[in-house]
Design a protein around this ligand. Structure first.
Ligand SMILES: NC(=O)c1ccc[n+]([C@@H]2O[C@H](COP(=O)([O-])OP(=O)(O)OC[C@H]3O[C@@H](n4cnc5c(N)ncnc54)[C@H](OP(=O)(O)O)[C@@H]3O)[C@@H](O)[C@H]2O)c1
Length: 399
């Protein structure tokens, strides 16, 4: 005999709405920088979804504004469920705290407290207006999607995801140098999605020379093209005619700041040239190429909040040595080579006690290959710290 399912409680509806809001927020990845990604769902007084929205691009309306517009009068007496504490400042758009008060919602549930001095305080403003405010619902899920932005706020540099493709024994090419294609078409299509989510895609001069990579996004409808960046200290790897210099996306070639102007003349009109100190100075790298910290600081200064580091092994080693890798995404093909270059070159780690330990966050199949995502073990706790709700409001614990 069929039994009637119990109606969801208000709490279950809010959790469901937050799950939806987190999914909506992810749609903004790659197009909102320097802003965070945010999703919002508005429930009416009876707990039904009446509005949805997400922040689509910097300068455009915030998620709350989209969701409230869709909800209209149905928002009155309802609940706004939002992945980030509503902002309290007037930037290119007005404060969301004001929009929520004007819309007449009586409750606001958010996941992650806003860590920025300029925008924080929305929860207090809402509470002062008599709105019931709660922070911390599904905070970890929301913080994971917003990790690039939260990391860049915390560290003052872009979030770096290092991606590589290797055989099961960790080789990225065969002994004779052949490497196309180690992984499947499905894995390569997935990489285009990662590029679309990133503000910049970076390779070293070795990869630029060996592969003549294009680095733009293909096959992802509506994608915003990332900035293509080549770390080419001596300005010798990127030549006119290189695929990275076509018009598909903007390109920046990072070179040493002591090169004469003539050394970069061939790039004039084809790419922007960024002059940086060589490694071996105050930070980043371990004695070759460009200063990793200076490169990341310069990119951050241009609004880049997330970088997809696509290799090769030498540059990735420098990033690991500089503790500037926040996520590793490995595509492992079920194949063995036994010889050939390893995925990661010297990272300044000489003994097992110093190994960079990672926590695996996801394992999935991409066609015949495996995709493994992992984050430095220490940063798992940092991410939950970043997602801690603001102290001023009522914060029940989620089980
Ligand atoms: N399977 C994969 O996932 C994958 C991905 C990418 C590449 N690859 C393969 O990897 C090979 C290239 O890798 P690679 O290791 O030779 O080259 P790479 O890592 O792409 O580039 C290394 C070069 O980058 C420059 N660089 C600038 N700043 C640096 C810094 N701080 N630290 C270190 N290097 C810095 C250095 O040359 P200058 O100082 O002279 O500029 C260095 O020699 C290619 O065969 C490519 O096919 C495989």
């Amino acid at each position: 005999m069929a039994t009637e399912a119990a109606a969801p409680t208000a709490r279950e509806r809010e959790r469901g709405a937050m799950r939806r809001a987190v999914a909506l927020s992810a749609r903004g990845l790659g197009s909102t920088s320097p802003n965070p990604v945010v999703g919002c769902v508005v429930l009416d007084a009876a707990g039904r979804i009446v509005g949805e929205g997400w922040h689509r691009r910097a300068g455009g309306p915030h998620a709350e504004v989209h969701a409230l517009a869709e909800a209209g009068e149905a928002a009155r007496g309802g609940t706004a469920v939002v992945t980030l504490e509503p902002c309290d400042h007037t930037g290119r758009t007005g404060p969301c705290s004001r929009a929520l008060i004007d819309a007449g919602v009586t409750r606001v549930v958010y996941a992650v407290a806003d860590p920025t001095p300029a925008a924080r305080g929305g929860a207090d403003t809402l509470a002062a207006a008599g709105i019931d405010v709660e922070g911390g619902l599904l905070a970890e899920e929301a913080a994971e999607v917003n990790a690039p932005w939260l990391t860049s706020v915390r560290l003052g540099r872009p979030y770096v995801r290092w991606k590589y493709a290797a055989t099961l024994d960790g080789r990225t090419a065969a002994a004779d140098g052949t490497s196309r294609w180690i992984t499947s078409g499905e894995a390569r299509a997935d990489v285009h999605r990662l590029r679309a989510e990133a503000d910049a895609v970076l390779v070293g001069s070795g990869t630029a020379r060996a592969d003549d990579p294009h680095l733009a996004v293909r096959g992802v409808p509506g994608a915003v093209q990332p900035l293509r960046v080549v770390a080419d200290t001596e300005a010798r790897a990127v030549h006119p005619g290189a695929r990275v210099l076509d018009g598909a996306a903007p390109t920046l070639v990072a070179v040493a700041d002591d090169l004469p102007d003539a050394a970069t003349a061939h790039l004039d009109g084809h790419a922007e040239v960024l002059r940086l100190p060589r490694a071996g100075g105050h930070g980043g790298g371990h004695g070759r190429g460009l200063d990793v910290t200076a490169l990341l600081t310069a990119l951050h200064g241009r609004g880049v909040r997330s970088v997809l580091l696509e290799g090769g092994a030498t540059l990735a080693g420098a990033f690991v040595a500089a503790r500037a890798v926040d996520r590793v995404t490995a595509y492992l093909a079920p194949a063995l080579l036994g010889a050939g270059p390893a995925a990661l070159a010297d990272a300044g780690i000489a003994t097992i006690a110093d190994a960079l330990r990672l926590t695996v966050t996801a394992i999935e199949r991409t066609g015949p290959d495996l995709r493994i995502d992992a984050v430095p073990a220490a940063s798992a706790s940092a991410a939950s710290a970043a997602s801690a709700p603001a102290p001023a409001v009522h914060e029940p614990k989620e089980s």
